[in-house]
Ligand binder design. Structure first.
Ligand code: DAH
Length: 346
């Protein structure tokens, strides 16, 4: 059978362009159907001499088998392709559409406190905590503010039990607690951010509850210049490298000398504007050298140890920094006001 190879070659070529089952069937019919070219070869058998019949028959069967196998593998190929396409198209998405959650942002106050904490921690300060329900002795007495002292008037607060237990009016009692927790012979370096309370009627600049950030450093040979240097570094880190600082004399019962710490106005850079009330300066904290009585009350020998302390009003700092003019903003639920979404510094 001379044209066997040719028939197979022809079949292969046709199969190459087959892409679906219908055209595959057409090709099958063309070769193996009743009138197919391979089937047609059977009719030759009758006319062949007997000795050739057998070999021709065998050859023909082989040809049929090869053609069938080519057609079959093409069928498999097409069927696999169809199945894969079906699987890909029928993929079921079992996930539920998610609920869109609004992206949060930290409360401004929280944000500011964290910023201050980071600056102080980078200078080796610990961040400590103290109770908001406090004893009179820590809030006043041991801070050199005895009963009946007029300085208590400005810090009237909420009393819980017969004038001995109160809501702390300042974070300064944490100074006392921290010093008392040592053996009186150990340097201290801490800041304490926390809530404080006063018997104030709420308005744009007063709140019955607000946040302070207390600081205390106790060591040997500490002087006011250490306080000035520390304050200068902090102010520059928080308000920018061109921030200048100054001290003004003040009075606190637990520090001697006492100062008010000012920074040059970050809005007008000292020129004078509405933010700094045309002075060029903004007061940001009270501070001073820890009073010898306080050191003594807390187990430190004032002849050996000295230190400085300071107290920032956190809301005041945030109000200045972010141009907020009502302290109640921090405690209201309007997130456009109280969160740091896209807030620009003032
Ligand atoms: N506790 C003071 C207040 O609430 C603020 C303060 C002033 C804290 C001077 C200090 C300090 O540690 O040294 O008004």
């Amino acid at each position: 059978m001379e044209n066997k190879e040719e028939i197979l070659k022809n079949l292969k070529e046709k199969l190459d362009s087959v892409t679906n089952l219908n055209s595959l069937n057409d090709v099958k019919t063309e070769f193996l159907g009743k009138k197919g070219s391979i089937t047609a070869l059977s009719s030759i058998i009758g006319s062949l001499p007997v000795e050739e019949k057998k070999t021709f028959g065998a050859e023909l069967n082989k040809l049929k088998a090869e053609a069938t196998s080519l057609l079959e593998s093409k069928r498999e190929e097409i069927e696999t392709k169809i199945l894969n396409e079906k699987l890909a198209n029928e993929k079921i998405d079992i996930s539920l559409p998610s609920t869109k959650l609004p992206v949060g942002a930290p409360n401004i106050l929280e944000h500011l406190i964290e910023e201050v904490e980071e600056v102080f921690m980078s200078m080796g300060y610990d961040v400590v905590d103290g109770p908001e329900i406090e004893e009179d002795k820590y809030n006043f007495e041991l801070l050199n503010i005895p009963k009946g002292h007029p300085a208590r008037d400005a810090q009237d607060t909420f009393y819980i039990e017969d004038e001995t237990i109160l809501l702390r009016s300042q974070t300064s009692p944490v100074q006392v607690r921290t010093m008392l927790s040592t053996d009186g012979n150990t340097p201290v370096r801490m800041i304490c951010p926390g809530k404080t309370y006063r018997r104030d009627a709420d308005d744009a600049t007063h709140s019955h509850q607000f946040m302070q950030i207390e600081g205390l450093l106790v060591d040997k040979n500490i002087s006011l210049s250490d306080l000035k240097g520390t304050f200068d570094v902090i102010a520059k880190k928080l308000f920018g490298e061109d921030c200048r600082t100054r001290f003004r004399p003040s009075y606190y019962q637990f520090t001697e000398p006492s100062v008010e710490t000012d920074i040059s106005c970050f809005k007008c850079h000292g020129e004078g504007c509405s933010l700094c009330k045309n002075t060029g300066w903004i007061t940001v904290s009270g501070a001073g050298m820890v009073h010898p009585n306080v050191l003594r009350n807390c187990g430190y020998d004032p002849n050996v140890w000295s230190g400085f302390a300071f107290g920032f009003g956190a809301e005041r700092l945030a109000m200045l920094k972010y141009g907020i003019n009502d302290i109640r903003t921090f405690y209201q639920t309007d997130l456009r006001e109280s969160a740091t979404f896209d807030r620009k510094e003032a």
